[in-house]
Design a protein around this ligand. Structure first.
Ligand SMILES: C[S@@+](CC[C@H](N)C(=O)[O-])C[C@H]1O[C@@H](n2cnc3c(N)ncnc32)[C@H](O)[C@@H]1O
Length: 123
């Protein structure tokens, strides 16, 4: 599935929150889902929290990732994934990192610090 802008989007626009059920990573390590998002990386790995969009979610789970291994892939990135403190809770937001034209596909970098999501086959 591809998600495209249905109107021009200005730089620094919040596109969507990445939502789903929150769980400890240790409970989800064997899930076969491909859309688990890190919410909070803890120094004690058993306390790391993830967002799991397998049962309840929104459009965020369908937004494509860039290929981290090619300059063309990196050029496609038009959203960034940021974590905000909202009322004392961590939230993951996808925010435009430049002006986006109507019809452009949306892409962000699936890999944060962990670099664990393989993207070498991404187009
Ligand atoms: C965008 S989510 C798809 C939705 C997911 N299956 C779900 O149920 O929430 C992640 C999937 O999209 C694929 N994907 C994301 N970006 C891609 C890209 N640029 N090229 C090819 N496949 C991509 C990934 O391989 C992964 O299987």
């Amino acid at each position: 599935m591809q998600i495209e802008a249905d109107r021009p989007i200005k730089d620094l626009t919040i596109i969507t929150e990445y939502v789903g059920d929150v769980d400890f990573l240790k409970n989800r390590e064997n899930d076969d889902g491909d859309s688990i998002m890190t919410l909070l990386s803890a120094s004690d790995p058993s306390k790391t929290l993830v967002i799991c969009p397998d049962k309840r979610s929104n459009i965020a789970r369908f937004i494509n990732g860039i290929n981290n291994h090619t300059p063309e892939g990196k050029k496609k990135q038009n959203l960034k994934c940021v974590r905000f403190d909202v009322g004392g809770e961590c939230r993951v937001l996808l925010v435009s990192n430049r002006d986006i034209s109507k019809g452009e596909r949306l892409y962000y970098d699936y890999n944060g610090d962990e670099h664990e999501y393989p993207t070498d086959h991404f187009v």
